[in-house]
Write a protein that binds this ligand. Sequence first.
Ligand SMILES: [Zn+2]
Length: 228
Amino acid sequence: MTIKFGPAGLGPVANAEKVLGQYKKFGFKICEIAFTYSVYIKKDDAERIGKKAKELGIDLSIHAPYFINLNSLEKEKVEASKKRILKCCEIGEELGVKRVVFHPGYYGKMSREETYKNIKREIQELMNYIKEKKWKIKISPETMGKVNVFGSPEEISQLVKDTGCDFCIDFAHILAREKKVDYTKIKKLFPQKEWHCHFSGIVYGEKGEKHHKTTEKEDWKNLLKKLK
Ligand SMILES: [Zn+2]
């Protein structure tokens, strides 16, 4: 098994190729481009940056904007959320990106079951659109760190089963949400050969994630021991 390590964030378009060159020197094999506040790369630049990444042997992924809720009571908000994900897919295709990672949504006042049904339906629609466009890109809902936010490992695993979508396992989020990481459970929930994962230090309380923090050496050692 191979593990490819890389950072979250590529930085501004103007420096992208230079930064990719530095990443290569550091030994990074993957990089997640943060469209978390906006889809800041234009089509023309995307093609150029994607080419450079390929040349250097660095896989790219995208983190979609934070402003996404596929379970909003307001239809316009769901539509806007889907548009943001699809915009990432469109630029992602130019970049040659494998997947777009996103935070699927909130329970709000709805039950877990109802939330699941709604999010599943919207993901299915997104995937239909991607198929129609003949895009190769995958969409990857992420395991979430707050107890009252949709995205338990079980929910994400079920989405993969029901829709065929991809997934992102965020180990820091799982730790914050469940107060421990049950690696045996995670391996059962995600029998797929390829995993896209996030990892970092995290501060959490009863309700889960408070904020991320610098990853300690011990955290790394612990994770890698568990994930042979
Ligand atoms: Zn995320």
